[in-house]
Design a binder for this molecule. Structure first.
Ligand code: NAD
Ligand code: ZN
Ligand code: ZN
Length: 369
């Protein structure tokens, strides 16, 4: 069949809207009609050529929601008309990682996914006879996609696609980092670096679990109002702090943060996030994806004296199990999504979504098919 898609033919070039050839689902695979997709900073990072694993030509996008249209042989958990969110972190429930109960990093299709291929080692997409690669196992910038069954979370049918898609990455990553990875406790002081589409979800996650002080740090003053909208109690612009930002945050938290989060991808910021944590127990969680080749550093003394450095992918969420619950949280009003969707675009306007992100003018742009 044919599908309209925004294709990244090469790094640092705008996406091109073309009609691709799409093969139907094979064994264990599902054809999904994508109804809406968000544009996450990680897509921009790959398109900008900062990702050493970036493969071109490919269809980017990993924050989608849609409807099952056809299932391949052997698919048992899904049927046509089911509503789904594609998962870049699948959940097979059979691999060593899934069975450990200690991680959400399912390894069953990791190697082929990293190569932009389906589990059988081939791509379902092509353009004029040339292979077009999958991205993060999702490729939600295409109207129709083929995804392995284990990489689809079945969600309730009354959730609106143009909001639920954001749960496919940003919402789950931010809220899950708080609830699953850091396990922030009631009454804690929390510092969040970078108030974009991820950081604001960390803030609302901290509010959800009953944190006390929620301090947002961003170099863009416009983010103050945004942070406050979701529960931030204090705002700090590092450019406007006299002296050391870490010392300033330690003072503001009466000795250091109980929990901090990096949502910038900047390795200098990751260091600040660790070092502003409280001696003896402060936990810092890295969410931001750094440019390839970058390294983090600190004095070992920071860890010897009880600070903990952690990282999280997809908010530690086990996709097929946790994503439907987060959709419920949204539908029941426990978390907010609507105000974070600042721009709704057509597929033809998708490059505008990247421009808005780079200009710091959007929280989330969503493309509706
Ligand atoms: N670990 C995961 O599973 C996961 C999932 C999604 C996104 N990410 C990563 O999370 C990061 C944030 O994504 P996003 O969509 O929120 O991006 P975004 O561009 O919407 O937000 C980034 C924010 O950081 C701020 N910022 C930049 N430099 C700063 C600095 N030095 N100090 C303080 N603030 C600074 C910017 O002003 C902006 O508000 C990206 O690196 C993205 O790749 C990780
Ligand atoms: Zn993302
Ligand atoms: Zn697994």
């Amino acid at each position: 069949m044919k599908t309209r898609a925004a294709v990244a033919f090469e790094a640092k070039k705008p996406l091109e809207i073309v009609e691709l050839d799409l093969e139907g689902p094979k064994e264990g695979e599902v054809l999904v009609e994508i109804m809406a997709t968000g544009i996450c900073h990680t897509d921009a990072y790959t398109l900008d050529g900062l990702d050493s694993e970036g493969i071109f030509p490919s269809v980017l996008g990993h924050e989608g929601a849609g409807i099952v249209r056809e299932v391949g042989p052997g698919v048992k958990s899904l049927k046509p008309d089911d509503h789904v969110i594609p998962l870049y972190t699948p959940e097979c429930r059979e691999c060593k990682s899934c069975l450990s109960g200690k991680t959400n990093l399912c390894t069953s299709i990791r190697s082929t996914q990293g190569q932009g291929l389906m589990p059988d080692g081939t791509s379902r997409m092509s353009y004029k006879g040339e292979t077009v690669y999958h991205y993060m196992g999702c490729s939600t910038f295409s109207n129709f996609i083929v995804v392995p069954e284990i990489a689809l979370a079945k969600i309730r049918t009354d959730a609106p696609f143009d909001k639920a898609c954001y749960i496919g990455c940003g919402v789950t990553t931010g809220v899950g980092a708080v609830t699953n990875t850091a396990q922030v406790t009631v009454g804690s002081n929390v510092v969040v670096f970078g108030l974009g589409g991820i950081g604001l979800n960390v803030i609302q996650g901290a509010r959800l679990v009953g944190a006390d002080k929620i301090i947002g740090v961003d170099i863009n003053d416009d983010k103050k109002e945004w942070g406050e909208r979701f529960g931030m109690t204090h705002f700090v612009n590092p450019k406007k702090v006299d002296g050391d930002i870490v010392a300033h945050l330690v003072e503001l938290t009466d000795g250091g943060a109980d929990y901090s989060f990096d949502c910038t991808g900047n390795t200098e910021v990751m260091r600040q996030a660790l070092e502003c944590c409280h001696r003896g127990w402060g936990v810092s969680t890295v969410i931001g994806v750094a440019e390839s080749g970058k390294e983090i550093s600190t004095r070992p003394f920071q860890l010897v004296t009880g600070r903990v450095w952690k990282g999280t992918a997809f908010g530690g969420a086990k996709g097929r199990t946790d994503v439907p619950k987060i959709v419920d949280w949204y539908m029941n009003g426990k978390i907010e999504i609507d105000p974070m969707i600042t721009h709704v675009l057509t597929l033809d306007e998708i490059n505008k979504g990247f421009d808005l992100m780079h200009a710091g003018k959007s929280i989330r742009s969503v493309v509706v098919f």
